[in-house]
Design a protein around this ligand. Structure first.
Ligand code: GLN
Length: 239
């Protein structure tokens, strides 16, 4: 994906990449036999749908064979194997999560083994410590983040950087993303931008300071689906 000088997204022909996507489609729940897979159905991912680009996450996950549900209440988490916290404004999203009881429910969901993936504002919400300004967060990833760390709108751009997920460079779209300032010991860095961690993983939690859902590269979402397919309980509904 390309950003114009003003930081807006140029439309891409989806047709052009259809072949690449098909080849990239993950076999969900690889540890299950074909029979079990039929019984359990596709991996189900809840996408927190308050604001931001939740529809882009859904579109990408569908191309990879996952089922998705928009999450606005605790009940929507029922039966999900994973949850996506999309980009947007973390302050607004935090307030909504608290009001709806989703803040505690998502923490419980993660503790019970459900996979959680945060992009940009979502990564901020996952951190154990937030700076600039300080704000409460879910604390599911042992890391300190600096909001708008690359500057404000001017720092929105597309970069290509190596990752542990594939041989070719990963396309990274940054839109007022946070900088990961400090990382706990147990966290694996899957990709960096300008030498700083940009895609990190700890157990069943994944965070990107960029927006993989705004590219045609399904690598990061395919990786998350693999994580979600290992979620121990289909009905990890956190009540
Ligand atoms: N700057 C936003 C925040 O601090 C995150 C931006 C994004 O998600 N693209 O919440």
């Amino acid at each position: 994906m390309k950003l114009s000088a003003k930081g807006t997204r140029e439309k891409h022909s989806r047709k052009k990449t259809a072949g690449r996507r098909a080849a990239n489609t993950v076999r969900t729940r690889p540890h299950l036999s074909n029979e079990d897979r039929k019984k359990n159905g596709p991996v189900k991912i809840g996408i927190v749908a308050i604001q931001g680009d939740f529809a882009a996450h859904a579109a990408m996950l569908h191309t990879l064979g996952a089922e998705t549900v928009e999450v606005r209440t605790v009940e929507h988490l029922e039966g999900c194997d994973g949850v996506v916290l999309p980009g947007g404004e973390s302050t607004t999203q935090l307030q909504f999560l608290k009001e709806e009881g989703l803040f505690d429910a998502i923490r419980k969901f993660s503790t019970q083994g459900g996979a959680v993936f945060g992009t940009c504002a979502g990564a901020i919400l996952l951190a154990s410590k937030v700076n600039n300004p300080p704000q409460e967060s879910l604390g599911l990833l042992d890391m300190t983040v600096l909001r708008n760390g690359y500057g404000r709108q001017l720092a929105s751009d597309v970069f290509y950087e190596p990752s542990k997920l594939k041989q070719e460079p990963l396309e990274m779209v940054f839109i007022r993303g946070p900088i990961i300032e400090e990382l706990g010991k147990g966290i694996e860095v899957l990709a960096r931008h300008e030498g700083r961690p940009a895609l990190v993983e700890q157990g069943n939690v994944l965070a990107a300071t960029f927006h993989p859902e705004l590219t045609d590269d399904t690598t990061v979402h395919a990786h998350f689906l693999e994580m979600a397919s290992r979620a121990p309980a289909k009905a990890a509904a956190a009540r």
